[in-house]
Design a protein around this ligand. Structure first.
Ligand code: AMP
Length: 115
């Protein structure tokens, strides 16, 4: 647990989250401020910063998180229509929670380029 990291607290069960999947390495829960009909966050259970702070030691973890993201998209019924996986990094990227999280967004037509 990193300090008062809100995602560490959700993973630990210290604050509530709408958790839809968890295993020993990862937790997935619905975004509290959804930007699409399906908006799920997949996080590592252990505190990891953002995509810029990853090291070789995180390779297997990231592969695991990505596989779970695909599984959740299937389970949520958005695989056929398509969806977007997003990692926001830093200020210009729009990152607001400094604990690695994969956004899964789907259930509507998403535009490109992003705002
Ligand atoms: P980002 O802006 O990429 O760092 O994404 C952080 C996301 O976390 C935002 O989409 C927030 O709506 C979401 N969020 C913040 N607090 C919570 C919470 N307690 N439960 C669920 N989602 C949250």
């Amino acid at each position: 647990m990193a300090g008062d990291c809100i995602f560490c607290k959700i993973a630990a069960g210290d604050i509530p989250g709408d958790i839809i999947f968890e295993d020993e390495l990862a937790v997935a829960f619905r975004d509290i401020n959804p930007q699409a009909p399906t908006h799920v966050l997949v996080i590592p259970r252990a505190h990891v910063g953002n995509a810029s702070t990853l090291t070789e030691a995180d390779d297997a973890l990231i592969a695991h998180l990505m596989r779970i993201a695909g599984q959740i998209a299937r389970d949520e019924g958005i695989e056929g229509s398509g969806y977007r996986i997003v990692l926001n990094v830093g200020s210009h990227g729009g990152e607001s929670v400094p604990h690695l999280h994969i956004h899964i967004l789907g259930g509507r037509q998403l535009s490109w380029p992003p705002g």
